[in-house]
Ligand binder design. Sequence first.
Ligand code: GDP
Ligand code: PGA
Ligand code: MN
Ligand code: MN
Length: 605
Amino acid sequence: MTLQLERLAAPTTHARLLAWVREVAELTQPDAVQWCDGSEAEWERVTTQMVRTGTLIRLDPLARPNSFHARTDPDDVARVEDRTFICSADEADAGPTNHWVDPAEMKTTMTELYRGSMRGRTMYVIPFCMGPLDAHEPRFGVEITDSPYVVASMKIMTRMGSAPLAAMTADGDADFVPCLHSVGAPLEPGQADVPWPCNATKYIAHFPEERAVWSYGSGYGGNSLLGKKCYSLRIASVMAHDEGWLAEHMLILRLISPEGRRYHVAAAFPSACGKTNLAMIQPTLPGWRAEMIGDDIAWMRVGEDGRLYATNPENGLFGVAPGTGWTTNPNAMRTMESGNSLFTNVAVTDHGDVWWEGMTSIAPRRATDWQGRAWTPEDDTPAAHPNSRFCTPISQCPVLADDFDSPTGVPIDAILFGGRRASTVPLVSQARSWQHGVFMGATCSSETTAAATGEVGLVRRDPMAMLPFIGYHAADYLGHWLSMAGREGVRLPEVFYVNWFRKSADGRFLWPGFGENSRVLAWITQRLDGAVGAVESPAGLLPEPGDLDLRGLDTDQDTVARAVAFDADEWREEVPRIEEWFASLGPRLPAALHEELETLRSSLA
Ligand code: GDP
Ligand code: PGA
Ligand code: MN
Ligand code: MN
């Protein structure tokens, strides 16, 4: 069946876009093509249709207005790092940390998969912009997808529809990143659909030179909302390298001290290691306030004054549900309470509300679990999938900074790196220099989480929390970070390394975390102001005893001391692991990082 040209009904004159849409339609053979305008009417249409097909459940409008739940296929619940490819022209440019396939070969393989893959479905064309439309250089993308779940999610997560499409032709045909997505589940005439169409074969492919993304087989957010990880991190990291800026896996936060001083913090933690929570922190230290600018991605550029300015390219939150509750993250709970949200793989209560482990201290007496089975608290499986998610407009966050979509962004005072380490890494340490800070980021490690498929709890190096997201050679990426210091007139932020996840011998967290992390943030601001000293250690500068404000904290001093402590024996064990990691990055690794490792080694001798 050939698609009639009229049925493309294109609301644009953008020549390259029109040609690409036609080419994809001819290849994938959808029943219809729909250009998304981003309107409420469109949201209403796609959500209603998904309720009809069983993809979505409408939640109780009194508890969760205009909100829905999606149960995915049980094999389509997380990012698939082993199916994610950086298809650079030269294999060496993908580096040792990425999977690589020759771009021509990948395109041949995927073209065959896409052939007819949208039969029986609607092909949606989603024009979008990462970051505000009035940015100096707006970064456009267009996602073509056969998934209405993607349409609804992209409406929450990005600026999408008619406005970015109009902006794309306002001043000649603008550049855009083509993002092609198919769930890979064509329907034959008369064939009934399943609630969550997907394919056992999955490819998340990136073409860095061409600045294009092709995704096939998965409907899960990180694999299918291509503006997020694929564009704003993997492709954007390549753009940033070429253009002299940074595209990072970071939250952006404004802290306001009791005296009204403002500080801006960007923090990189691996997936499911606390970014969304820190971004929305409700400080427990009296008088402190915090405002959120972003919770997952930061684009940072050196401004005219030499400072590093960060913007959040996203427009929504795609947060880990389990562990999010009124005591841990009340601001996330308030954000969702306003409705207009999509939940994925959580549990649903008899009242048509959502529930997950950690949302309330008492579980509902019964619920329907993430796979649609009857569940009670006595069951030994969790009600919600550990990587279940809430997807909510950022505008609903009660602590959103009112200038969050300022095109210039906010000047960053401190960069935090962190991860989930049960041992070794102290609660907080400060880098002695930019180079030492880059070393901290480069050697950052974390236990794997349910955010990606594969075993959970394995310690791995995760440089700048970007291991799965660097779109080129990791050693060149670290070189790019180092090179920021060589720019004329630059005044870079201070760098800190934090670990909220250190555990006692009996497996309990030593530090209470969440709102109490404000105590660590307060110490960081005092360091920025030169208001307190610090203790030198091989791991960096540590708080002097008494300088962390612990007033009102109900964790005993001894436990806190163990969270803060530097343990030379543990660090001696760490050195060979860092050596091994650096060796795996090969000869392109900058000498400055080998130097820092030498400094660490000799200071431990
Ligand atoms: P993100 O994926 O990096 O944005 O991480 P989230 O903020 O969504 O948190 C992931 C998981 O870690 C959730 O289950 C949180 O409840 C938990 N978490 C976040 N911050 C802390 C903390 O400070 N301490 C502890 N123990 N857990 C935390
Ligand atoms: P997260 O975002 O970092 O908030 O978990 C999704 C992901 O990284 O997969
Ligand atoms: Mn993330
Ligand atoms: Mn998050």
